[in-house]
Design a protein around this ligand. Structure first.
Ligand SMILES: [Ca+2]
Ligand SMILES: [Ca+2]
Ligand SMILES: [Ca+2]
Length: 211
């Protein structure tokens, strides 16, 4: 065998060995995904109303433990973390004996996300994802919110009518965070209270529709 042929052959063998060592790299492992039950406390969101908090609950399937969830890993739609100053707590809000994690998001960040998607009304699907401190797995869950961008539309049915007045009346003279506070009935300053200014604003839009 000629010397040049031998050199070429050696070179080809070296390349083949190199490429096989590249392809022999271990495959990236995919973590199992726990399908979580995810529920916002709210069922609708008026984008024109202001409020600070959006509480929600996460429940995990059998074999997973909500106390194992790493709070800093939680993201809504890949970008919204939980509220930085409200640590999640464990309870059983739906009384089904399965523990759930109470997480709170910044409502304004959710509104901004929905608006950035160009959505003004209808149904929005929001997806929660996160990982665990000890278990090599991730979890995912999703919930729908009905959205309205009509001022005065407290129940997000795309019309301002008597029903909105009745619902808003229940939260009259409450502060953001109070038990009777309605996050969808705050259409005017003062932005931390449901008061006469919100009521007057609602009345000004009486009969309006989103159509
Ligand atoms: Ca539960
Ligand atoms: Ca309405
Ligand atoms: Ca107000």
């Amino acid at each position: 065998m000629k010397r040049s042929t031998l050199t070429l052959l050696t070179f080809a063998i070296a390349i083949a060995a190199l490429s096989s060592s590249v392809t022999a790299k271990p495959a990236k492992t995919t973590l199992p995904i726990a399908e979580a039950s995810f529920d916002f406390l709210y069922i609708c969101l008026n984008l024109k109303s202001q409020s600070s908090l959006a509480p929600a609950y996460v429940e995990l399937p059998e074999g997973y433990d909500v106390s194992d969830i790493n709070p800093s890993s939680i993201l809504l739609n890949g970008s919204i973390p939980i509220h930085p100053s409200i640590y999640p707590t464990i309870g059983d809000y739906d009384n089904d004996t399965i523990p759930d994690l109470h997480v709170v998001f910044n409502r304004t960040e959710i509104v901004e996300y929905i608006q950035s998607e160009g959505i003004t009304h209808g149904t929005v699907n929001l997806r929660i994802q996160g990982s665990f401190a000890r278990t090599p797995a991730t979890f995912e869950g999703n919930d729908n919110l009905t959205v309205s961008s009509l001022v005065g539309d407290v129940n997000c049915d795309e019309i301002v009518n008597l029903l909105d007045i009745v619902i808003a009346s229940d939260s009259f003279d409450t502060a953001d965070g109070d038990e009777n506070w309605n996050h969808n009935a705050n259409f005017a300053p003062h932005w931390n209270r449901n008061d006469i200014f919100d009521f007057v604003t609602l009345i000004a839009y009486y009969g309006e529709t989103l159509a």
